[in-house]
Design a protein around this ligand. Sequence first.
Ligand SMILES: *Cc1c(COP(=O)(O)O)cnc(C)c1O
Length: 434
Amino acid sequence: MPEALSPAELRSLDRAHVWHPYGPMPGRQEPLVVESASGVRLRLAEPAHGQLELVDGMSSWWSAVHGYNHPVLNEAARGQLGRMSHVMFGGLTHEPAVRLATRLVEITPEPLRHVFLADSGSVSVEVAVKMCLQYWRSAGRPAKQRLLTWRGGYHGDTWQPMSVCDPEGGMHELWSGVLPRQIFADEPPAGFDADPDAAYVRHLRELIAEHADRLAAVIVEPVVQGAGGMRFHSPAYLRVLREACDEHDVLLVFDEIATGFGRTGKLFAAEHSGISPDVMCVGKALTGGYLTMAATLCTSRVAEGISRGEVPVLAHGPTFMGNPLAAAVASASIDLLLGQDWEREVRRIGTGLREGLAPAAELPGVRDVRVLGAIGVVQLDHEVDMAAATRAAVREGVWLRPFRDLVYTMPPYVTGDDDVARICRAVCAAAREG
Ligand SMILES: *Cc1c(COP(=O)(O)O)cnc(C)c1O
């Protein structure tokens, strides 16, 4: 083993060489050095604002739903490591991938039958888009190559996903004019429980009808728009999309990368609406936050359509497709989730968030407080001062990563009531000081 680097050395080398998400080079904000993580706690290499351990309010961006260093997931990884950590997927197959794909078909909405294992969420969205465009090409309708989405969405950072992220105020503004031009509906009216707005329903239907000849697919995040603004909408709009897509020969894609695996209170957010998409992406919590893996599922109609075409294959095949290590951990994570009363845990956390975040509504500068499933959001009336907000949360012993006008949390499902309360205190402190 090489000699360990001191926290100061790490920070200095990090600053000199290492890009961080959405950051400049060199970085302007000093990252905290994490030494290890266990349960819901991150252990720092040196104290920050008096804290050596932080309760993780972010589940490492929606992924670590079972917390860190989980014995069952560790064992799944260790067991698979002793057999093989990777083998190519072209011409070969293996039990971890087959088991995982079969399991995903079992637990996702009914007509989804076929699984493409991708190596990240963004890639799974690329694959979803490729499937949809190729489906219409194979059907002799190559003009159907555009996508429709609603504003306020986020679908990843590679090219096609960027083209369907919110075009304004989002992270991809810079690329307007370079990205493929897609069709945007207005943001869905806010509120999970709100009655559907008749004018908005008309707007969706009209836009789909108007562009149907050129539309390959509608792609949306069902029920919760995540990184695009942490907004919740009525599942009724998903039923409207399903009807309009069926009526006008357009495919429907649900991006459940953030919402999947119980986060919104249903195993998949599509279940709130009672309808199923033609193509669906999952990722993030798929491996319990252990390794990078995502999946694109599609119906037999889509798969057969592609495979009947002039080019009768889906021309996509990442080097690390079906990675056995990630697949083994993913299956173990799904078993762990479904082997417990996860709905109760998500409800319990939601109740804790509702109680603990209620005081935030009284704070000056707070525009809205909302909770759905195990997601809690405090929206400010101004851009958050990220450094000040982060510092305030760390002082409370909690890790948060606010963005834009949002301080939010989606804790691991194993977070105890006291830690949920602590996260809420930190969100309130961050909202006050940010
Ligand atoms: C995070 C996210 C993605 C991108 O996934 P990566 O693994 O970061 O590439 C896509 N869509 C949604 C809804 C996401 O939340």
